[in-house]
Write a protein that binds this ligand. Structure first.
Ligand code: GDP
Length: 452
């Protein structure tokens, strides 16, 4: 078994409860030397996976806290190793002292993600599930939690295992015929397997097609509020955010830089940039802001074009609406409805929402409209690819499958077709962690924070 690692598993601020985790060969022994159960028994003799109440000491006789401890013996623990967890009061000082006491006994500081990495290496979870642990902790919306929880429960892995074992069936049949010609094995007929290969390719392609939406789910949707100066962009952003972050002023061109905020709206996480008003200007600082706005527009998945509802739309407004029409997705906001005298006709195929940042009119409709622009793929929870590593491997697997089917269609010999399907197996194996290289695994877990 590996060396004994310890870390504070909870946040660094004061909280009701804080947890110190220890895992490895001597975890239970070290914990027993620090933790004295109120029952008078040794912690090591207490029942596993049951909370025990007692005194946590610094190992030199001083009591640090009255708290709970739970032990689990290998292999029945998160990491698959002997583990102990102190559930203390959430004082950073208590937690630090407990950790130091564990270090004094011989434990070492756990590296980022090291507990979950050990869980993966000890076969307690698949790689996609281990990665989902990080996703669930970092999730910013209910939809990403749901998808990560699905992956933690093995949704992606279940799909991949099906593809992998189907491909393994094909390969093993071919090699069995080749290697054991004297055995009475059914002859290998490639055509018998073409239907199955097609289904695997279609499955991979469906999985891959969820990535575009999954990427936005994971990183947030880059969105830009664009419009002429003074049309109410900053006010809209503030109304959406519910607090004053952008500078709201009557002087045109004061929002000289771009301001980015994350906000959850309609169940989606938007990375919303308020741009400097786009217009021709002599002012150098303002023109830099305008340039940045253009850049933000180029990278945006959603452009929210704002036009002033209290004035008749002009050529510049129409230009901004055209920009939104050219973006991936767009919405037109007609602002200042509380002082607008008429409903200006807006000629655009984009959804048009009339709002007032002062009264809040139209903000609900705006939320709904944004939600409708980014529907979730119609697949069970956990089957949306959110991770670039997964998408890359699924893409390679699909390329191999397409090459295999092309080779079959061109009448190539089975060995050539099977070289391609074996490439697909390799890529699927990487995705699920079966054949992943050690340096890749290391990099995956480095993304985690300490204590996971
Ligand atoms: P930006 O330059 O496009 O960011 O515009 P601002 O948000 O700074 O707003 C310009 C002016 O319009 C400010 O005086 C705001 O108070 C005013 N304003 C913005 N939105 C509304 C609104 O919905 N109703 C009213 N009555 N005034 C608004």
């Amino acid at each position: 078994m590996s060396d004994t690692i310890a870390a504070i598993a909870t946040g660094s601020t004061v909280s009701a409860i804080g947890i110190v985790r220890v895992s490895g060969e001597n975890a239970i022994e070290y914990a027993s030397r620090l933790f004295l159960p109120n029952s008078g028994r040794s912690l090591a003799d207490c029942e596993e996976r049951k909370l025990v109440y007692g005194k946590l000491t610094d190992g030199r006789g001083d009591v640090l806290d009255l708290c709970l401890c739970v032990i689990s013996r290998a292999p029945y623990s998160y990491t698959g190793e002997n583990t102990a967890e102190f559930q203390c009061h959430g004082s950073p000082v208590v937690l630090r002292a407990a950790l130091d006491a564990l270090f004094a006994l011989g434990a070492r500081q756990a590296l980022p993600g090291e507990f979950t990495k050990r869980a993966f290496l000890n076969g307690k979870m698949e790689l996609t599930a281990a990665e989902a642990v990080a996703d669930i902790i970092d999730a910013e919306t209910a939809e990403s939690v749901k998808n990560a929880a699905g992956q933690l429960s093995g949704a992606i892995d279940a799909k991949l295992t099906g593809f992998y074992s189907d491909l393994a069936d094909i390969s093993s049949h071919y090699h069995a015929v080749l290697d054991y010609p004297d055995e009475d094995i059914e002859p290998f007929v490639l055509e018998d397997y073409l239907g199955r290969m097609k289904r695997i390719a279609a499955g991979l392609s469906d999985l891959l097609s969820t990535f575009e939406r999954g990427k936005l789910m994971r990183a947030g949707i880059p969105a830009v509020i664009a419009g002429k100066p003074n049309v109410g962009k900053s006010s809209l952003m503030n109304a959406l955010l519910g607090y004053d972050r952008a500078i709201v002023t009557r002087i045109p061109g004061t929002t000289r830089d771009t301001i980015e905020e994350k906000l959850v709206i309609g169940g989606l996480c938007l990375r919303l940039t308020d741009t400097a008003g786009i217009r021709e200007t002599e002012d150098i600082v303002e023109s830099m802001g305008v340039e940045r706005s253009r850049k933000a527009l180029e990278g945006a998945s959603l452009v929210i074009a704002v036009i002033d509802g209290s004035a008749e739309p002009d050529a510049e407004d129409r230009e901004i609406i055209r920009t939104a029409e050219k973006a991936g997705k767009g919405i037109v906001i007609v602002s200042k409805q509380d002082i607008s005298e008429r409903d200006w006709e807006i000629d655009t195929p984009l959804p048009v929402v009339r709002v007032s940042s002062v009264t809040g009119q139209g903000l609900d409709e705006l939320e709904r409209t944004i939600g409708e622009l980014f529907p979730l793929p119609d697949v069970p929870a956990g089957e949306i690819l959110t991770n670039a590593r997964h998408a890359d491997a699924a893409g390679r697997a699909l390329d191999y499958m397409n090459a295999a089917m092309d080779a079959a269609a061109a009448g190539r010999t089975p060995d050539i077709v099977l070289t391609e399907t074996e490439g697909a197996m390799q890529a699927i194996g990487e995705l699920s962690g079966r054949t992943v290289r050690e340096d890749v695994t290391d990099r995956i877990f480095e993304r985690f924070c300490v204590g996971k």
